[in-house]
Design a protein around this ligand. Structure first.
Ligand SMILES: Cc1cc2nc3c(=O)[nH]c(=O)nc-3n(C[C@H](O)[C@H](O)[C@H](O)COP(=O)(O)OP(=O)(O)OC[C@H]3O[C@@H](n4cnc5c(N)ncnc54)[C@H](O)[C@@H]3O)c2cc1C
Length: 485
């Protein structure tokens, strides 16, 4: 294994992966180290999936600048990387005259942040845009540039494009320390050995405070994790057209109701204390808080139609709460990306491009590769195809004719694509996140045995070693009878 790189990125969330993708444009050897078994495990895959328009952050902050730029970039970046991206726009809904004055303040903030097209809709216009809205709603702030995407799909697309352009990813490889010589970083230590490098980008998300402290930089910065729970509804029972927020409060943007790129209704998040950075457990109290909050926006939501729940963990930084995107001043060779909480996803392309600028300012000579390919072609998605397209695909490869997940119509061909992709899926969840297998009404009841058998065959491991999301999450103890083929 090569152990010398120009740049090492710690973390393969959306920030690390987009930074890797933009860096892959230059003649540099780039390594991404990730402690988990896959890219974008959390929070980059467990969030509200909204590319916020950018009216919400306080004008003049790094958050405001990055959100506005990031939103603009996503509109062209998503098609370039083959990411499913729905230009929904977003609504902030007022239910009282007091709320309406807050909408006006948000509209002024939108103007200060240079967000285009933001206007206030009256009751009738709101009802036309979102027929299921609470009849007590009196007005709404409409931000047309907001969008929703598949967050894991976006991280994966960035990582696949980075790998296609020469970046190396190492999984289950945890950064443990820096190697520092005369005040300059010369390498990192990991659970898979040492790597020599000139520059390190700290994109460790929730753990970025622990990473920077190891370099003796920003030692007062700390992250307090805060949980946000979500519920997902059966799209056969209820659908929405928009992203719908309540009027924001001191506590944040509030519990929202939104459509997803897969047509489900998503509601959440609340704001709960965490039992550690790994605590993604959902509980009845938190989920009921989410449900009751979202019902104020969409009264027809019915608990009977919930098909899934999950929880994401916010990287809440101390201090001003603004993003920190900077060259460390205490040690040479380190770029810190700290406190990247919401709107971190919307801001991610702008943050990644800012990292490139910081590298240039540090004296890094960035020569463009003549053969850099910015385009990533997604694998076929059977569910989204017409019957004519499906027929052609099956004629090319009969594996696309074998349905493994009935609810979402995911085929064996798509599962094989996921396992043999440039950033390969090696677990059940890895396939689920790439293909959306197991996310429908039956929540995997039908596909589990089939997918275990396929993973076992393709990875050349016994079924007992197939895991849900890495070591310790094995799915079967021993065989009782043959798994369904
Ligand atoms: C509930 C919730 C809702 C949100 N909703 C939105 C939204 O709608 N829109 C929006 O714009 N933003 C939203 N966000 C914020 C957004 O999700 C984050 O800002 C973004 O995902 C942060 O990405 P990241 O790459 O910085 O961090 P992460 O996703 O945390 O990635 C960091 C990576 O570093 C790895 N890592 C950590 N330590 C080490 C180590 N020692 N060695 C190796 N690897 C390491 C981790 O395993 C992880 O994969 C939301 C966040 C939450 C929690």
């Amino acid at each position: 294994m090569k152990n010398k790189y120009d740049v090492v990125i710690i973390g393969s969330g959306i920030i690390g992966s987009l930074t890797a993708r933009y860096l892959s444009r230059y003649n540099l050897s780039v390594l991404v180290v990730e402690k988990e078994i896959d890219v974008g495990m959390c929070p980059s895959s467990a969030n509200s999936a909204i590319i916020h328009a950018g009216y919400d952050p306080k004008p003049g902050t790094m958050k405001a600048e990055m959100n506005a730029k990031g939103n603009r970039i996503w509109h062209s970046l998503a098609p370039e990387l083959g990411i499913v991206f729905e230009k929904t726009g977003s609504l902030v809904v007022a239910t009282s005259e007091d709320d309406v004055s807050k909408l006006k303040q948000l509209q002024e903030q939108a103007a200060a942040n240079n967000i285009p097209g933001v206007e206030i809709l009256d009751k009738e216009q709101l009802k036309t845009r979102e027929p299921l809205i609470n009849p007590e709603a009196v007005a709404a702030l409409w931000a047309p540039t907001a969008a929703v995407l598949d967050p894991f799909g976006a991280v994966l697309a960035a990582a696949e494009n980075a790998v296609a352009n020469g970046v190396t990813y190492l999984f289950e490889t945890e950064f443990t320390d820096f190697i520092i010589d005369s005040g300059r970083i010369t390498g990192i230590r990991t659970t898979k050995g040492d790597f020599i490098c000139r520059r390190v980008i700290n994109a460790a998300g929730l753990y970025a405070d622990e990473v920077t402290r190891k370099a003796g930089a920003r030692i007062d910065f700390s992250i307090t994790p805060r949980k946000g729970s979500y519920l997902i509804f059966d799209p056969m029972k209820i659908t929405l057209k928009n992203v719908i927020f309540p009027v924001p409060s001191e506590m944040g943007k509030g519990i929202l109701a939104s459509t997803t790129t897969h047509g489900n209704v998503l509601i959440g998040p609340n704001n709960e204390a965490c039992d550690g950075k790994n605590d993604t457990a959902t509980g009845e109290d938190g989920l009921m808080e989410v449900f009751n909050g979202a019902k104020r926006l969409i009264p027809s939501l019915d608990l009977k139609n919930v098909i899934a729940q999950y929880c994401g963990v916010r990287a809440k930084g101390n201090g001003t709460g603004d993003f920190i995107v900077e060259k460390a001043s205490e040690v040479q060779g380190l770029i810190n990306l700290l406190g990247i909480e919401s709107p971190g996803f919307a801001s991610a392309p702008a943050i990644a491009l800012r990292v490139i600028e910081l590298l240039k300012e540090s004296g890094e000579k960035l020569e463009e590769k003549p053969d850099w390919n910015p385009v990533r072609k997604p694998f076929p998605h059977f569910h989204r195809m017409s019957n004519v397209e499906r027929k052609k695909l099956i004629a090319k490869n009969p594996a696309y004719g074998r349905i493994v997940c009935r609810c979402e119509e995911i085929t064996e061909g798509e599962i094989l694509d996921a396992i043999h992709s440039p950033v390969p899926a090696r677990t059940y969840d890895g396939i689920k996140r790439r293909t959306w297998m197991g996310t429908g009404r039956c929540q995997g009841a039908f596909d589990y045995p089939r997918v275990i058998a396929i993973l076992s065959r393709e990875l050349g491991i016994p079924a007992e070693e197939v895991t849900k999301k890495g070591k310790g999450s094995e799915l079967v103890y021993r065989g009782t009878k043959e798994c369904a083929q």
